[in-house]
Design a protein. Structure first.
Length: 706
């Protein structure tokens, strides 16, 4: 009855012409999508069953593990046959879904799932072809519920192909997540009632240092058991617990999921003959790898250390230094009291501001992840109104440092009860500002630690973000608490006013840099309006400062009105436009680039051309430094030209779901990311986040040698 009702609903939706609309089946939105809007007769194309799951729910892989059922499609119309299931789908690599820790383990997917499958358009097709039917699946949280969803999609038949770009990108991303063929030898050997899976890839270092987990197609092993493994010079072995009352066949088949340190997991298709002898002479002296290194790569302790070190290094990044200059002045002011409690309170409040901001970033990441979105470092700077607001804020802060106005007594004393005369509120908000300014800087060790927690539990994510913030705050915290260090601070005096004025200029430069970002996002008109708004704000500050005598009330009202009008004027035109950086002339007049897309990379590599991809953004300071010091240098460009390297640019200045998906797939929390593809190979080498001409030229020459 449930299927009949679903088919009736499907028929009604077809009669209304609403093909391919998502269907809310209860705990998931389900849709049938196609990579083509128009196809040729006889052509083979990809359709996909696309699901977006409610938070906390999951569905199952082709082998559900100890319990569960995989999705399947029952067809009512179209040339796909009667049923699509199992081997018909191209399955992305699965995740572990623990039900009872150590006892019951399932395999599947949470958040979202795209299941591609190939269909062939009939040779005699004309007009259009419709595929319609019902998708059945089991979806679970605390309980498991069978759900059905009517699905339908229509593809026009014509004389030429027309892609559905959004769906084609999603299907291509799902195909990229599918396990690749294992290039090497494999064998499964029974040992004392258990099973050892031995793998010898031709490229012996592919598995070195990685987390390994084998997902079988059958039930030959205990799914919940740990899979201890050893790694040697030429391969790896996994010890699998054989399941009771299960007879081994002639072959052990499944997927090996590999999680490189700090990288995104990928998979190999394994088809290993069951034999009495393991691969001989393969592994040399094995190196034991803890089962804690199973999918997840580095353990939490190592990731925490990288995050703390990355936070320390963030203090040296150009996007943080201007803010730290203000903090340094505040620390000197706090030290002048001569009372240690004031200095310690100053350090604690600054640290609290930093940690509060990073906790907010962690919360935003978790919320977006639960909604199936990708949170990149510096994501706030993808919104022009945020960029415009920060530019105005930097300008106003510069005016204050320059002495154009003084903060009111009530503002200066805000939080004084907590921090004495050290300016408690200023310390807290300086910390928050330093953390916000540092977010776009994916410096050394920051990308590795944040990239590794993209799929980890919420506790791990929050802990890593807080350790990153602690590293950023640590130098000032130590300076505030270690006895005797404060005496090395300079004595307060008239020099502080001059230094304060000097630090106004980094603020003005910061505002100028943000204007470049705003120009790329919203056009030169938005920049002009923002400059005019800043001028009106400056006029309002002048009115407020100079107000006196009998005209003081009028001047105060006019000044406040000018401040509000200037802010409204500056922010009003901050509307996103199409970015021009990707492949556009703003990258460099001497560099020929093309916009990045997965399809373009595939086409170029299939044609035998190497490809370099620069994932960048105008608001990313490291990206801009690498561009000017390395990627536009004549020596690097000559090396690329000599090997005919295609130079592609993926501009993340504005939000771009395809770029976000690629960053997530490569285990990167944000830009920059640099990929180098060999001809005919879609598995790129990921270059470091900080480039030098010598490094890039070396990689290109090595590519030429291959």
């Amino acid at each position: 009855m449930l299927k009949s009702l679903a088919l009736a609903i499907c028929a009604l939706s077809v009669s209304a012409g609403a093909f391919g609309e998502p269907f809310d089946a209860g705990h998931a939105e389900v849709e049938l999508i196609a990579e083509r809007e128009a196809a040729l007769p006889g052509e083979t194309i990809y359709l996909a069953l696309d699901k977006t799951l409610d938070a906390g729910w999951h569905v199952y892989w082709r082998n559900a593990g100890d319990a569960g059922l995989p999705p399947e499609i029952f067809w009512e119309a179209g040339p796909a046959g009667d049923k699509t299931e199992g081997d018909d789908f191209v399955w992305p690599i699965p995740k572990l879904l623990p039900v009872v820790e150590g006892e019951i383990m399932d395999y599947g997917y949470d958040v979202a799932l795209t299941l591609p499958f190939a269909v062939t358009v009939p040779e005699d097709a004309a007009g259009e072809v419709t595929w319609s039917g019902v998708a059945d699946y089991l979806i679970c949280k605390d309980v498991c519920i069978p759900e059905s969803a009517p699905i339908s999609v229509t593809v026009a038949i014509g004389a030429e192909q027309t892609p559905n770009v959004a769906h084609a990108v999603k299907i291509a991303a799902a195909l990229d997540k599918a396990p690749r063929a294992f290039d090497g030898e494999a064998a499964a050997t029974p040992q004392d009632g258990d099973l050892r899976l031995s793998l010898a890839p031709k490229a012996g270092d592919l598995l070195d240092g990685a987390g390994l987990r084998f997902f079988p197609y059958g039930n030959e092993i205990i799914h919940a058991a740990a899979q201890d493994h050893t790694v040697g010079p030429r391969g790896a072995s996994l010890d699998l617990r054989a399941a009771a009352r299960t007879t081994l066949g002639e072959r052990l088949q499944g997927v090996l999921v590999v999680t490189p340190p700090g990288g995104a997991p990928f998979g190999y298709l394994v088809d290993a003959p069951v034999t009495s002898a393991a691969l001989a002479g393969t592994f040399g002296t094995p190196v034991a790898v803890s089962s804690a290194a199973e999918p997840g790569g580095l353990n939490l302790l190592a990731l925490g250390g990288l995050a703390l070190l990355g936070g320390l290094i963030l203090n040296l990044m150009p996007c943080v230094l201007p803010v730290l200059s203000i903090k340094a002045l505040g620390l000197v002011s706090a030290a002048q009291s001569g009372e240690g409690q004031h200095l310690r309170a100053h350090g604690l409040l600054y640290t609290a501001g930093v940690l509060t901001a990073f906790a907010g970033l962690a919360g935003a990441f978790l919320l977006l992840r639960s909604a199936g979105e990708f949170w990149a470092l510096g994501a706030l700077l993808q919104y022009p109104i945020v960029v415009a607001g920060l530019a105005l804020g930097a300008f106003i802060l510069g005016l204050w440092l320059f002495g154009a106005f003084e903060l009111g007594t009530s503002v200066q004393n805000f939080g004084a009860q907590a921090a004495g005369r050290g300016g408690g509120a200023g310390a807290f908000f300086t910390g928050a500002l330093a953390a916000t300014a540092g977010a776009p800087c994916v410096g050394p060790f920051v990308g590795a630690s944040l990239g590794a927690v993209l799929e980890r539990p919420a506790f791990d994510v929050v802990l890593i973000y807080l350790l990153l913030g602690l590293g950023l705050a640590l130098p000032f915290l130590v300076l505030s608490f270690v006895p005797g260090l404060s005496r090395y601070l300079p004595k307060p005096g008239a020099w502080m006013e001059r230094v304060k004025q000097f630090f106004a200029f980094p603020m003005f430069l910061t505002a100028g840099a943000l204007l470049f970002v705003l120009g790329d996002q919203a056009g030169t008109g938005a920049v002009a309006w923002l400059v005019m708004g800043a001028a009106v704000i400056g006029f309002g500050i002048w009115l407020l400062r100079s107000a006196g005598g009998r005209f003081r009330p009028v001047a105060l009202v006019a000044g406040a009105g000018a401040l509000a009008a200037g802010a409204a004027l500056g922010l009003s035109a901050a509307q996103p436009q199409a970015a021009t950086l990707a492949g556009g002339p703003t990258y460099s007049a001497n560099v020929e680039t093309l916009p990045w897309s997965p399809e373009r990379v595939a086409a170029l590599t299939d044609a035998g051309q190497p490809v370099f991809v620069d994932f960048t953004a105008t608001w990313c300071m490291i990206c801009q430094a690498n561009k000017r010091t390395t990627l536009t240098q004549p020596s690097v460009l000559r090396a690329m030209e000599a090997v005919n390297v295609a130079f592609l640019v993926a501009d993340f200045t504005n939000k771009d779901p395809a770029i976000a998906e690629e960053l997530k797939r490569r285990g990167r929390p944000g830009v920059p990311m640099y990929l180098l593809f060999e001809p005919g190979d879609m598995d790129p080498k990921i270059l470091p986040q900080t480039l030098t001409p010598g490094l890039v030229i070396q990689e290109i020459e090595a590519l030429a040698g291959n």
